[in-house]
Write a new protein. Sequence first.
Length: 336
Amino acid sequence: MRLPGSRVRLFRKYVVVLLVLVGGVLMASSLVELYFSYRETQRAIVRVERAKAVAAAAGIEQLLKDIEQQVRETTRTASDDPDASQVGQGRLGFRQGLGAAMAEQRELDFLRVLRNVPAVSELRHLDLAGKEQLRISRLDPDVVGSQEDFSRSPKFLEAGAGKAYWSPAYLKNEAEPYVTLAVPVGKYAVEVTTAEVSLGPIIKLVTQIDVGPGGYAYVVDSRNHLVAHPDSRMLREFRDLSGLSQVKSARADRSGATEAATVVADGLGGGRMLVANAPIGPIGWLVFVERPAADAYAPLRAPITRSAGPRGTAGPIHHLTPNADALARLAVTTSG
């Protein structure tokens, strides 16, 4: 018996509507799954980049702490000895003799630091008035009792107040970045020891950070000058990076006491980069890790590709729809 065409068309419409509804549910479910997969992958990528920045900052901070500790070990003075604080004519001679012995010991301690800490190129001892009493240098002649006045310099004022002082970076011989470290000397009467510190070890550490193809790390000081980068040519330019959006964002995060954001911005070397940052201790420096955004976010394309492929949502709908006529005819035949 020949089936009426109208009944076939009617059931075919029912089947198509049913398939569209089922396909819609599958599509919505797949889109929700795709969204959450996308977000989780994105968060994982950001966590990895932040972890690299935090690890780099921790390594640099530890290196600076080690240098500071070595310099602090030279800072005992005659005033630290309780017997030296006693009054009387006899004690005066004792203090003078002790002071001479301590001066000799300080010179030996300075030489030990220069031998054990290659990053330190010069050490100075400033007395209570900020006058230089001893200078030991790796490159220049040693000087004793120059009386050069540093009483108004930030390094003497900060360290004289009992705090360690790290200066902004500066170029020495227009080639290599340095900083000055100053630490207080003595428990009862504060004198100051200063050290000129090369940033060479920090540059080496930054160069060794594995950021991935096309990526790199770099460091800016408290004034946002570039002080460490794998490319030595960029270091000699001593660039002020205050205008970069990633630097502005990082400084805003620091002042607002919020978690540092990972941003996509124009990179230091050009191109769109995924940029993460982390602070370096209390000295106001920042380390940045930059990686090409397209490369960093490449894993995000995998879920989208799978969803659009033959096993995704579009695939089942595509295979089900051509069979609507057959299903409709089968339904009509059964009902008849």
